[in-house]
Design a protein around this ligand. Structure first.
Ligand code: GCU
Length: 400
């Protein structure tokens, strides 16, 4: 009995130690007195909160991850080099990583790394792209694998002409995007003996996707063509939530871009504008950890809001973008969260969004280390967005 009481006291002390430093923030600006306080206590407590309560933590048991270059060739009339890398997780799960690098490169190439929605072959009208192992194809699409169907979201020529590479993989190769009880993605590779689904504080699908971006980063660090000190992790919508979480946890990502990531991404949950925590957990019960349900219609109980996620990226440059007709993702909530994370950037002497108003449609802020723009139009990622991300990378990576 005495041992149980001591153990409970220990548990209360450790969880209490993690909470108080952030409990005061809710949806407000992050005012922290020093860089030291931020690094030593506030940042670890915020990271712990997001691991424990929102995206879920990665289990300790890790499977093997192997990489093999399976092919290489010319694309876009010889202007671009295509390289494909097979990633094998736990000996059986295969994911394909597609890389496009400028053919005329001088030295190592900085890259944008992001997941795609429907398969690598959809990002460009390049018939040589190997179809991602789990992508919808064949019968489902009437034998038309829809090559290049998402090309408007991936302006490969523009990106490579600017000197950057594009690296992508299909979300469904890592974890299919539906509630399958976590049986057919990578989760089972991480189960302990007898475990059949993640625990309440263990990762969901977004956590698994973010983990895979870090594994691709492991590969990029070994590829001699890649400038791995300048890898920007990027994503649109649910994959923008993923990019933010990947960038928050893995400090090797030198820049993070969130495009229209909305609820559970950049947007402040407490505003309850557009999608809410309850709505997202109901429609996509597999995205977050089970603990996140504790905040359904209880956003006021969140000790810290999504500005905490953005602040975890500091002092690395972060860019949050919204679209004017994307009310579901709450553009103003996305802006405010980047603004409320800004004081942490200022602690590091980095200019941010502090003092800036919510911009007009078509305006961008790219000078400081916290970027933001409000594009005219609907929920999407377009060349207009990419132009700004490239400009932001040019400035913050290379001082151009
Ligand atoms: C739905 C979902 C959003 C998500 C979006 C997307 O709209 O409610 O949270 O960002 O899908 O990924 O396109």
């Amino acid at each position: 009995m005495k041992q149980i009481i001591l153990f409970l006291a220990f548990l209360m002390a450790t969880s209490a130690a993690a909470q108080p430093t952030i409990a005061k923030y809710g949806a407000s600006p992050l005012e922290v007195s020093s860089k030291k306080e931020w690094k030593k206590s506030v940042r670890p407590a915020i990271l712990h909160f997001f691991e424990q309560e929102v995206y879920g933590k990665v289990p300790e048991k890790q499977p093997t991850v192997e990489f093999r270059v399976i092919g290489q060739g010319e694309a876009f009339g010889g202007k671009v080099l295509r390289r494909e890398v097979e990633m094998t997780i736990g000996g059986t799960t295969k994911a394909l990583v597609l890389m496009y690098l400028p053919a005329q490169r001088k030295g190592k190439v900085p890259v944008f790394l992001g997941m795609n929605f429907k398969g690598n072959h959809q990002i460009a009208p390049d018939t040589e792209i190997t179809i991602s192992p789990n992508a919808p194809q064949g019968k489902e699409l009437g034998n038309d694998p829809e090559r290049g169907a998402a090309a408007s979201r991936w302006p490969v020529e523009m990106i490579t002409e600017a000197g950057y590479g594009v690296v992508t993989l299909y979300r469904g190769d890592i974890d299919p995007d539906f509630d399958d009880g976590f049986q057919n993605g990578i989760h089972p590779h991480f189960y302990a003996e007898g475990q059949t689904k993640p625990l309440a504080d263990e990762w969901g699908t977004i956590g698994a996707w973010a983990w895979s971006l870090s594994r691709v980063m492991d590969y990029l660090c070994k590829d001699s063509d890649i400038d791995h000190k300048h890898v920007a992790v990027i994503g649109h919508s649910r994959l923008g939530k993923t990019a933010l979480w990947a960038g928050a946890q893995d400090e090797r990502f030198a820049m993070v871009v969130s495009n229209d990531s909305g609820c559970g991404g950049a947007a402040l949950s407490a505003r309850r504008h557009g999608e809410t925590v309850a709505k997202i957990n109901k429609a996509f019960p597999h995205w977050f950890c089970d603990n996140y349900n504790n905040y359904n219609d209880r956003e006021h109980a969140l000790p810290i809001d999504q500005q905490g996620l953005i602040a975890l990226i500091a002092p690395r440059p972060v860019y949050v973008a919204s679209a004017s007709l994307d009310d579901w993702a709450d553009p103003e909530g996305e802006f405010l969260s980047a603004l409320y994370a800004s004081p942490i950037y200022e602690l590091y002497g980095k200019p941010s969004l502090l003092g800036k108003p919510f911009p007009n449609v078509g305006e961008s802020y790219g000078e400081g280390s916290v970027g933001y723009h409000l594009r005219e139009g609907k929920h999407d990622i377009t060349a207009w967005d990419w132009q700004r991300y490239i400009r932001f990378a040019d400035k913050h990576f290379f001082g151009k």
